[in-house]
Ligand binder design. Structure first.
Ligand code: IFM
Length: 457
């Protein structure tokens, strides 16, 4: 039997999906559930409500689905608001519930990665000033210590914060998310406190569990200057510094430098990272328009590449290679792709996204960049923040019917299962699920014309 071409990952590579507490658990009481009550903030004024009913017990059936996909890992988040619903009062039953979830993952052969903060906060914390308060890092770390002590026998792989710069900009600069501020100063202050919180959490987790592996999830926004580049390039550089560079550099140097702000020292951040999580979704063009007072730097959708719905940017999954290369060359840390996915209700773009992303991982591994795992966003459609349950923002390998809680497998799920089962890509998989990519990925297997030796010499 002839062996057909394959792009395989090293043994022990982690394959999984990612979810977040507020987006799947349902029945959340936190600053986001409060925010959802305000008119005009969420698509069609929806509420997260029951979400995917994980808190009511449906996590088990969804973990069965993940196991069917041959996942050997799973990234989920735990909610601070459940574990510390009132300031200083910890709920052991909530920790118990999360223990059940982690046991359920182990029982199904999946290694958990637990995120300690994925955008949402307890209401009491928000009322105390949220991430603007000087006490925020200490309050966060008290919860982290408690949560890690309660779960340490079930998890060694911790993700402190999810996309802190997205939280800082959406919540404090653009006002789209709670607390709805529109202030550069507030954004900078919140971001610095998130950095301090990450560093404090890193050190606290290490003291509770010295053999833990601790990182954070960085949202990497692909940015190019709009033409003419000489005019727009400074805008691209500033946006890149804000979204992609400042937080990560602070973990290398202990100095936090946002664009147009003075650098500040956060010494505890220096070296506070065992691994770096990367979440890569979209490409945008940076623009500079001096006539837009106070708003001169912006971004827009690129042209000439497929784009996502509404103002979602360009879909260029093969760029994941360059993102990994850039991050590894600068920070030298092992990398997990902690999220990667595409809003795609009809499942017409997702298979190509997955295959191109996996090929990018394989290329990165070929350069010996230490990529340790890939977590697809997301296992199932869920509550997409300000987009609510807008069907255009369906990210799941499984479609969720939010009326009936029925899940329907998309073809992408079958593709992902094949990839996880084979620990990589093969010509058969590509031929079956994304045949249009076969000539590019496996030219020798595609029946494309081959150059004959005698013609070459
Ligand atoms: O749903 C979000 C997730 O919470 C954080 N990263 C991006 C995803 C898709 O927008």
């Amino acid at each position: 039997m002839s062996v057909r071409a394959q792009l395989l990952m090293p043994e022990g590579f982690l394959w999984g999906c990612a979810t977040a507490a507020h987006q799947v658990e349902g029945d959340s009481v936190d600053d986001w559930s409060q925010w959802e009550e305000g008119a005009g903030r969420i698509y069609q004024n929806q509420r997260s409500g029951a979400a995917c009913e994980w808190w009511r017990g449906r996590f088990g059936e969804d973990f069965d689905r993940a196991a069917t996909l041959r996942n050997n890992a799973q990234r989920l988040s735990i909610a601070w608001s459940r574990i510390e619903p009132q300031e200083g009062q910890f709920d052991d039953a909530a920790i118990g519930r999360y223990r059940e979830m982690l046991v359920a993952l182990h029982d199904r052969g999946m290694k958990p990665m637990v995120t300690l903060h994925h955008f949402t906060n307890p209401i009491w914390f928000a009322e105390r000033g949220g991430w603007l308060s000087e006490e925020a890092p200490a309050l966060f770390v008290r919860y982290v210590r408690r949560a890690v002590e309660g779960l340490a026998d079930l998890c060694q792989l911790w993700c402190t914060l999810n996309e802190p710069m997205v939280l800082a900009t959406q919540g404090y600069l653009f006002g789209y998310w709670p607390p709805g501020h529109k202030s550069m100063d507030d954004m900078a202050r919140a971001a610095a406190n998130l950095l301090r919180a990450h560093a404090a959490a890193y050190h606290a987790i290490k003291s509770v569990q010295p053999n833990s592996q601790v990182g954070y999830a960085h949202h990497h926004l692909g940015l190019q200057p709009k033409a003419p580049a000489f005019w727009h390039r400074p805008a691209a550089q500033a946006a890149d510094q804000l979204m992609n560079v400042a937080f990560n550099d602070a973990l290398l140097t202990g100095v936090f430098k946002l664009p147009f702000r003075r650098a500040i020292a956060v010494a505890s951040a220096k070296g506070a990272l065992d691994w770096l999580g990367v979440q890569y979704y979209q490409e945008r063009l940076a623009t500079f328009n001096p006539l837009k007072l106070g708003n001169a730097i912006g971004t827009e959708k690129p042209k000439g590449v497929p784009v996502g719905p509404k103002d979602w940017g360009g879909l260029v999954p093969q760029n994941l290679f360059g993102v990994i290369e850039r991050l590894y060359k600068r920070y030298g840390k092992p990398i997990y792709v902690t999220e990667s996915g595409v809003p795609d209700p009809e499942d017409t773009l997702r298979r190509q996204w997955i295959v191109e992303s996996v090929r990018a991982l394989w290329r990165a591994l070929g350069f010996n960049y230490p990529v340790r795992g890939y977590f697809f966003w997301s296992l199932l459609d869920n509550f997409e923040w300000a987009e609510g349950y807008d069907p255009r923002y369906s990210f799941g390998l499984y479609q969720t019917n939010f009326q009936t809680q029925q899940r329907t497998q998309r073809l992408s799920a079958v593709l992902y299962r094949e990839i996880c089962a084979q620990n990589g890509l093969s010509a058969e998989i590509v031929a079956q699920y994304v045949p249009e990519l076969l000539p590019k990925l496996f030219p020798g297997e595609s029946g494309a014309p081959q150059v004959r030796l005698k013609e070459r010499y």
